[in-house]
Ligand binder design. Structure first.
Ligand SMILES: N[C@@H](CCC(=O)N[C@@H](CS)C(=O)NCC(=O)O)C(=O)O
Length: 201
C-alpha cells in the first residue's frame, strides 16, 4: 500500500491526497509536523534529501518527492493525464507554472499568515510576493475565461496542482472575488467525483 508523508494544511500534500482519493487508491497517511523540523530528521532526509513533504512511499520503500512529480507518477495511464503528446506537455506547462510562478507567492504568503505571522523581514517582502501572486492569478483568469479546465477541456492533474493553493489563497489575504473565471473553475473542480477538502486526512 502507498504511504504518504504529509502535513494536513499543506497544499502540496493535499494535491497527492486529492488524486489518491479520486483514483480510489488506499493509502496510509503519516503526519509530519513541518513546524517542528520533522522533515529535517535523518530519517526524513533519507526519504527526501530536500527535507520536505509530500513524500510518497510506493509500498516497497521506494520514495518519491515533489508533489507534481508524484501526481505525474500516479496519473500515468489514467484519465487524469492525457495520452496525446502535446496535451501531456501542456499539463506539464501548467504544473511548472504552478511551481515557479504561483506556489512561491500564494503558498508562501499563506504560510506566513498561518504560522508565526509577519516578522519585519516578511513584512518588507510582502508587497512583492502579493504582486507576483496576483500576477499568477491574472494569468489563470485569462486562460480560464476561454477554457473550462487548464488542458484539453477536461479535468487533469494540471487542475489539481493549481487548485491546491488557489482555493485557499484567501487564507493568505488574496481576494479571489475579482477573478471571476478562476471562481467558476474552482466550483467545477470541487464538483469532480471523489473530491475531498484540504482538511480531510
Ligand atoms: N516543490 C515541493 C515543495 C514542498 C514543500 O515546500 N513542502 C513544505 C510543506 S508545503 C515542507 O515540507 N516544508 C518543511 C521544511 O521546509 O522543512 C513540492 O511541490 O512538493
Amino acid at each position: 500500500m502507498y504511504r504518504l508523508y504529509d502535513y494536513l494544511p499543506s497544499g502540496n500534500g493535499y494535491k497527492v491526497r486529492l488524486l489518491l482519493s479520486q483514483l480510489g487508491l488506499p493509502f496510509e497517511r503519516v503526519e509530519v509536523d513541518i513546524t517542528k523540523g520533522e522533515t529535517r530528521t535523518p530519517t526524513s532526509l533519507a526519504r527526501n534529501p530536500n527535507g520536505r513533504i509530500p513524500v510518497l512511499d510506493l509500498g516497497d520503500g521506494t520514495c518519491l518527492a515533489e508533489s507534481n512529480a508524484i501526481l505525474h507518477y500516479l496519473a500515468e495511464g489514467t484519465a487524469f493525464l492525457p495520452q496525446e503528446r502535446l496535451m501531456r506537455a501542456q499539463v506539464l506547462q501548467w504544473m511548472f507554472f504552478e511551481q515557479y510562478s504561483h506556489e512561491p507567492y500564494i503558498a508562501v504568503v499563506r504560510f506566513w499568515h498561518m504560522h508565526g505571522g509577519l516578522s519585519e523581514d516578511r513584512r518588507r517582502q510582502l508587497p512583492d510576493k502579493e504582486r507576483q501572486g496576483h500576477a499568477a492569478l491574472a494569468v489563470m483568469d485569462r486562460h480560464l475565461a476561454d477554457n473550462t479546465f487548464f488542458v484539453g477541456g477536461r479535468y487533469t492533474i494540471a487542475d489539481i496542482a493549481l487548485y491546491a493553493y488557489t482555493h485557499v489563497a484567501h487564507e493568505g489575504g488574496f481576494d479571489l472575488s475579482r477573478y471571476l473565471a478562476v471562481m467558476g473553475w474552482l466550483d467545477r473542480v470541487r464538483a469532480q467525483p471523489g473530491h475531498i477538502a484540504i482538511t480531510q486526512g
